[in-house]
Design a protein around this ligand. Structure first.
Ligand code: BTN
Length: 251
């Protein structure tokens, strides 16, 4: 497929595809075969797109589907921090391309438009003992269409006009993500945590968190220094919980 109209920062190697099962699966295959840091797999459609928690990510033409191979050389436990950097990078790109959008973040890595899900991030990693060999960061953004009947209502950028193209968003995101990861390499997670919290939906309010085997309720208090959700007790004197994986529902 031609990708002539797209200029990414030189740090990236772009693999542009018309269609693939899942860009994350393709990126993982390439990573295992030794593909370099910042190899970016982009496809116009996916036939087996994957979301978090084993869900499908419906992937018609017109939306953005990309997966980045990263070899950040950090401990495996820090991989999740890059998901927050990606959400911030996407918001920075959208702020520039379509000023005035009411964007917010939902833990861990969703980007909301008007309270509905606009974009999702799926990180998959492979590590040897504690050291991270590589991670694949997958990003899906509803540019032209939003899926119907999702558990969390979905939104698309096209609802707000502006005629933003997938190519323009891809190039902007690649550049903003490079900026945020450079900051992360130099200053750690703290500035990312701070910027993410400033735009997080529902802080201080009641949330329900669905875990693989149970459901918790409490107050969304904070994001901790590792990116875990800090959930205040349901009843006075109860325990504060630190959640590292789960699905959040507001109210
Ligand atoms: C989520 O459930 O919110 C995460 C969605 C991640 C979807 C993207 S689309 C590009 C990449 N390839 C996939 O199969 N999934 C991710």
């Amino acid at each position: 497929m031609t990708s002539n109209s797209i200029t990414l920062p030189p740090a990236y190697r772009l693999i542009a595809l018309d269609s693939i099962g899942s860009t994350n699966e393709e990126a993982k295959r390439l990573a295992r075969a030794g593909a370099a840091d910042k190899t970016l797999v982009w496809a116009r459609t996916q036939t087996a797109g994957k979301g978090r928690s084993g869900r499908a990510w419906i992937s018609p033409e017109g939306n953005l589907y990309l997966s980045l191979i990263l070899r950040p050389g950090c401990p495996a436990g820090r991989a999740a921090e890059l998901g927050f950097a990606a959400a911030l990078a996407l918001a920075a790109s959208l702020d520039r391309l379509v000023p005035g959008l009411d964007l917010a973040f939902k833990w861990p890595n969703d980007v909301l438009l008007g309270g509905r899900k606009l974009a999702g991030i799926l990180i998959e990693a492979e590590s040897d003992a504690a050291a991270l060999d590589w991670l694949v960061l997958g990003l899906g953004v509803n540019v032209r269409t939003a899926p119907a009947r999702t558990e969390l209502p979905a939104a698309a950028l096209s609802e707000r006009g502006g005629g933003i193209t997938v190519e323009a968003l891809l190039a902007a995101f690649a550049s903003d993500f490079l900026d945020w990861t450079t900051r992360w390499q130099g200053q750690g997670f703290a500035p990312i945590r701070h910027a993410w919290l400033a735009r997080a939906k529902g802080r201080g309010g009641r949330v329900t968190v669905r875990l693989p085997k149970s459901t918790l309720q409490g107050t969304f208090i904070d994001l901790d220094a590792d990116g875990a959700l800090v959930l205040g007790p349901e009843t006075p004197g109860g325990e504060t919980r630190r959640i590292t994986a789960g699905d959040v529902f507001f109210g």
